[in-house]
Design a protein around this ligand. Structure first.
Ligand SMILES: *Cc1c(COP(=O)(O)O)cnc(C)c1O
Length: 219
């Protein structure tokens, strides 16, 4: 028997939640959130065979990942942090999935990349599910219009993403995101972090974004 690692423990938890929800465990993509972690801290996960990672800053990802990608073929890199429109083109080249498309100006910038024949990865629309001031994500009422705008601009919109309010039970927010995705014909749900990923999986998450449970607390 191999010793349990944080990765194997999280995978087992996901599988257990999936089985309680009568879902296939491989329908859930575990994104290891490696923001603030050095390449040295990331390599053990790559050595264990993990390939799906999330970063929240374009500059940090551009520094760390080209080398790691060369060393470990098959990496899928997810952008999970707020994205400035002036970094849209660089992000579109660097990342394989963008989780934080949330406003018209960013859609316009990504649309320009598409129009110029550049690569634009599949995108999630981020929703401000708790309607909190100061938080990224679009208003619930704007989902339909933004999806239409994004599709008109040639973006490949694959699902909805949310970060629920802190310190409250997340389940109602996860359930709401699932309902909104279904209403808009989307079947992918990026939701669930270290503290609540089992709940997210029970409520239909297809991507969970987990940092602390894999790497320990961030300083
Ligand atoms: C940092 C971050 C995570 C991971 O958070 P943990 O609590 O460390 O698992 C997930 N999603 C987003 C958008 C983040 O910024």
């Amino acid at each position: 028997m191999n010793e349990a690692t944080p990765l194997s423990t999280v995978r087992a938890d996901i599988a257990s939640a999936a089985s309680r929800a009568a879902r296939a465990p491989d329908a859930i993509d575990l994104i290891a959130v490696s923001k603030t972690r050095s390449a040295q801290e990331i390599r053990p996960l790559l050595e264990e065979g993990h390939r799906s990672f999330g970063e929240n800053r374009v500059g940090e990802a551009a520094e760390k990942w080209p080398q790691l990608r060369d060393d470990y073929p098959g990496v899928v890199l997810h952008m999970i942090g707020q994205l400035q429109s002036n970094k849209a083109e660089e992000a579109a080249q660097l990342f394989d999935v963008l989780h934080t498309v949330d406003r018209a100006s960013l859609i316009k910038a990504l649309g320009k990349v598409v129009a110029s024949g550049g690569r634009c990865p599949p995108c999630f629309l981020q929703v401000n599910i708790g309607e909190e001031a100061q938080k990224g994500g679009c208003a619930i009422d704007d989902i339909g219009a933004l999806l239409e705008r994004a599709r008109t601009a040639g973006l490949d919109m694959i699902g909805l993403m949310c970060i629920p309010p802190q310190e409250v039970e997340p389940a109602p927010y996860f359930a709401l995101l699932g309902k909104l995705a279904a209403e808009h014909g989307l079947d992918q749900l990026s939701m669930g972090m270290s503290a609540d990923y089992d709940t997210a999986v029970l409520l239909g998450a297809t991507q969970v974004r987990i940092g602390t449970a894999l790497f320990g607390p961030r300083s």
